[in-house]
Design a protein around this ligand. Structure first.
Ligand SMILES: [Fe+2]
Length: 307
C-alpha cells in the first residue's frame, strides 16, 4: 500500500454533546483524546495509533460533516491533489492544526455530495502498548464495546457511478462488490477498497446528497460482536438489525443508533480481497441474502433511514 491508506477520521453531528460524549466513551468504549476551541470532542479506538479517528460536534441536525482518508506521506498528498485537479475536481486546503494533532487536509466534494479529505499527518499517540515486547491488549480494550478501529463508512447520495470513477481512476481504489438494480445493469450500491480490507468505503444510490448510513467499527471476533450486543441491551441502545451476517462482504454484524440517530456498526469478518480479484455482483433477486444471509430479508429501516 503506497497511496491512500485507510479511513482516518470522520466528523459526526450530534444533538447533545455531553450525552453523546458519554455514549461514545462509556458505551462504545472509545478513548477520548481531546477537545478543541470549536467545541468538538475527539476520540480514537483503543488499538488505533493516531490521535483521533471519530470526532463529534453539537448541531441541530444529525449526520456527517466530512470524512478523511490518510495517505502515505506529504508527497503522496501533493500528487493526489494534482491528480484530482487534473481530473477536474476542485480542492481546498484546510490548514494544519484546524483539527487537533492533524496536518494539512485536501478537501473536495464528491458527486454524491459528501465532503471528503485526504491528509498525510496526524500525531501518533500509540495504542497504550509498548512498541517493544507489547502485551496483546490493555485496560482500554475492556471498557465498553471497545472496537479496535474505525473500519469504513457507508454513505448514501446521488450519482454513485461518478464517485466510483474518482475512487478507481484517481485514488487507486478497486471495486470489491456491487449490487445491481432490478434492471440488471444499474449499479445501485458499491463496496470499494484501497487496501486488503473487503471495503474501506461503500456508497448506495439515493436521491438526497451527503447522507450517512453508518460508520463501522471493527471487533476482533464474533464473540466480541455478541458482547457488543449485550452492552447495547444493557444500555438500552436502539438496535436496527443483527446480530447476523451479510452475504455482501461476508461481514458479521450488529447495527444500532447513537443517541442522535446516527447509525453505527460493530462488525467482524469478511475476507481479504486483492486488486486483481473479479468484482462480486449481487443481482436484485438475491439482494435479501446479500443484506442478511440467514434471514434473507430486506429490512426496511436499514434501507431507508439515514442521517
Ligand atoms: Fe458496514
Amino acid at each position: 500500500m503506497t497511496g491512500v491508506l485507510r479511513p482516518g477520521h470522520v466528523q459526526i453531528r450530534v444533538f447533545d454533546l455531553e450525552e453523546s460524549a458519554r455514549f461514545y466513551r462509556d458505551v462504545m468504549g472509545l478513548v477520548e483524546t481531546g477537545r478543541d476551541d470549536q467545541g468538538r470532542v475527539y476520540f480514537k479506538c483503543w488499538d488505533e495509533r493516531d490521535h483521533n479517528s471519530y470526532i463529534i460536534r453539537q448541531a441541530e441536525e444529525a449526520g456527517i460533516d466530512f470524512f478523511g482518508f490518510k495517505v502515505l506521506n506529504v508527497a503522496t498528498l501533493d500528487k493526489l491533489e494534482a491528480d484530482l485537479n487534473e481530473y477536474g475536481i476542485e480542492t481546498t486546503r484546510m490548514p494544519a492544526g484546524e483539527m487537533l494533532e492533524t496536518g494539512e487536509r485536501v478537501r473536495f466534494t464528491l458527486p454524491t455530495g459528501h465532503l471528503m479529505e485526504l491528509y498525510a499527518e496526524k500525531s501518533a499517540v500509540g495504542n497504550g502498548l509498548s512498541s517493544a515486547n507489547p502485551g496483546p491488549w490493555n485496560k482500554a480494550s475492556e471498557h465498553g464495546i471497545a472496537p479496535v478501529r474505525l473500519d469504513h463508512m457507508l454513505l448514501y447520495g446521488p450519482n454513485v457511478a461518478a464517485n466510483k470513477k474518482i475512487f478507481e481512476d484517481v485514488l487507486g481504489f478497486f471495486l470489491v462488490e456491487r449490487v445491481l438494480a432490478e434492471d440488471g445493469e444499474f449499479e445501485a450500491a458499491l463496496w470499494l477498497s484501497c487496501s486488503h480490507k473487503v471495503h474501506d468505503i461503500a456508497f448506495v444510490e439515493h436521491p438526497e446528497p451527503g447522507k450517512l448510513h453508518h460508520c463501522s467499527f471493527l471487533m476482533e471476533s464474533w464473540e466480541k460482536v455478541l458482547r457488543a450486543g449485550d452492552i447495547m441491551s444493557m444500555n438500552e441502545v436502539s438496535v436496527d438489525i443483527g446480530p447476523t451476517r451479510h452475504g455482501i462482504t461476508r461481514g458479521c454484524t450488529i447495527y444500532a443508533w447513537d443517541p442522535s440517530g446516527n447509525r453505527f456498526e460493530t462488525f467482524m469478518g469478511g475476507y481479504q480481497p486483492y486488486p486483481d480479484y473479479e468484482t462480486i455482483t449481487w443481482d436484485w433477486d438475491h439482494f435479501p441474502q446479500g443484506l442478511d444471509y440467514p434471514q434473507r430479508k430486506l429490512h426496511e429501516s436499514f434501507l431507508t433511514i439515514v442521517t
